[in-house]
Design a protein around this ligand. Sequence first.
Ligand code: PGA
Length: 264
Amino acid sequence: MLVVLKRDYEEVSREAARIVAGAVRSKPEIVLGLATGSTPLGLYKELIAVHRAENLDFSRATSFNLDEYLGIAPSHPQSYHHFMHQNLFSHVNMPRERIHIPDGTVSGDYDAYCAGYEQAISSAGGIDLQILGIGRNGHIGFNEPTSSLASRTRLKALSRETIEDSRHLFATESEMPKCAITMGIGTILDSRRVLLLACGRSKAAAVAKAIEGPITSSVSASALQMHRDVTFIIDEEAAYSLKQRDYYRHVLEMTQLFTPERLS
Ligand code: PGA
């Protein structure tokens, strides 16, 4: 694992954008795994800026979003469909037909719908680069604590903590979704490269458990310790509880010296 320590949210966003833009340039037909939430907003802003200033071309790229609230239509202002169009897709040239976000209005045979989402990912050639945030409870996507580390895309009940964290987005208690469709931890682990971004003191405990704790379904992000190519990009506040910060800086220096391609 590479742990990249940055000063603040702006630096985290710029570093993530540098890596994503480089990946899109070196493989224009890239398959991106995308995340929502406040953390990747800065990354998307940077990517839009690079698209405008340097013609970063998304015309051959494909994307799969991690998750969507169940029962929330794409047109709902708090839907992840709306978020992605507002904050990225309407500003770059990714073709609509290659944008995939789980459908929160699905009903009936959830398993068949989720199997179809998995099938679409594998038909596209698998995810090359997966962007992740992390929840205070260590979730990635909506893989709440005790999710199977081998889980695939499925219907998932949201934890109390996640519901509390999202409640302010919805006008009334009854509007707050209780479930979501989310890629599984197994789905995420199948991607070729993972970038996890984390900022702020509220994430420090989850980040420390994910990087330095035991692999456990109680902390979904700890499953990333099993991934061959994962980079955590975190700010000082989110790195607060890590014990081996000096070692991560040393690893980064040595990586820059001997295998700089791992950082590009
Ligand atoms: P946030 O959410 O980026 O809004 O903090 C992250 C997550 O819950 O995965």
